[in-house]
Design a protein around this ligand. Sequence first.
Ligand SMILES: Cc1cc2nc3c(=O)[nH]c(=O)nc-3n(C[C@H](O)[C@H](O)[C@H](O)COP(=O)(O)OP(=O)(O)OC[C@H]3O[C@@H](n4cnc5c(N)ncnc54)[C@H](O)[C@@H]3O)c2cc1C
Length: 303
Amino acid sequence: MANLYDLIIVGAGPAGITAAVYAARKRMKFLVLTGDIGGQAAWSGDIENYTGYQFVTGPDLVSKFEEHMRRYAIDFHENEEVMGISKPIGLVKVNTRKGEYTARAIIIASGKMSRELGVPGEKEFKNKGLTYCATCDGPLFSGKDVAVVGGGNSALDAALGLIRIAKSVYVVNNTVRLGGDAVMREKVEKAPNVKVINEAKVTGIAGDKMVTAIKVRTASGEESIAVQGIFVEIGLIPNSSFAGPVERNERGEIKVNCKNETNIPGIFAAGDVTDVSEKQIIIAAGEGSKAALSAFKYINQSR
Ligand SMILES: Cc1cc2nc3c(=O)[nH]c(=O)nc-3n(C[C@H](O)[C@H](O)[C@H](O)COP(=O)(O)OP(=O)(O)OC[C@H]3O[C@@H](n4cnc5c(N)ncnc54)[C@H](O)[C@@H]3O)c2cc1C
């Protein structure tokens, strides 16, 4: 077959990029299909737990990852999202809007995406003041009043970044108190320009051409809080809907064993899209390397 790859890697976050580095070093003929470069790692403001860096920003770490990967001549298709995969005997077929590709094996490293609020106004004002990435878009709201929706680590990370940029930050949290890491929580709660609203449910987004307010319901009734920016940080869902016959758990995470094998021979998965127990950059990178080595062994054995 003319255009048969050994391996296709889906995604170029920490897991996919690391898998690509390992695949390149094993001299595999492979293709990377991805939406973007860096994935969630690029959204993180301050990273203090990636060994070798006491402190690094997400975008800086991602540019180091990319620089490392680009040392190798890699067939790399950015902005090409995978829509579906199928598994005729011995091969894997991968479909995107731009074409169909065939390989002996695939690594799914497609990570997670932001969960949406599902309230009126959300779709209308997406990217018009409403965003899912504080690290990417926070600087656009310098001196403005903003709201962060959520109460876990992602929301705290967003709030901490915005405290330094925005005039005031409302944290709209639907539980009794904020969750997340104690150190981050204390910093948020102590900041003079933050107001935490607990046990609050977002009921809608209002605006004209851009966001002008967030509607929130608490025990005392519904109120409209004037803000120019809204950062939705209510969790993540795995990008696994295209994975067809691959077995997933109740959260939609792809089930893998310690060799990153799925229930289907030749289909491997790594990083946040899987049911691996912790979701961190260093873990995703390690899982990506392991998946590439497992795929390499599989390809050699099945030739
Ligand atoms: C705000 C925030 C802060 C964080 N801070 C830290 C931190 O300080 N330290 C830490 O260790 N971890 C942190 N994390 C977690 C860390 O970013 C993730 O664990 C890690 O990025 C997971 O890597 P991944 O490669 O598995 O997936 P992702 O980073 O999600 O990358 C997925 C990749 O797949 C691509 N993709 C998705 N769907 C498709 C498709 N259908 N076809 C093709 N490509 C696709 C995406 O474009 C992307 O390139 C943070 C996460 C968030 C959200």
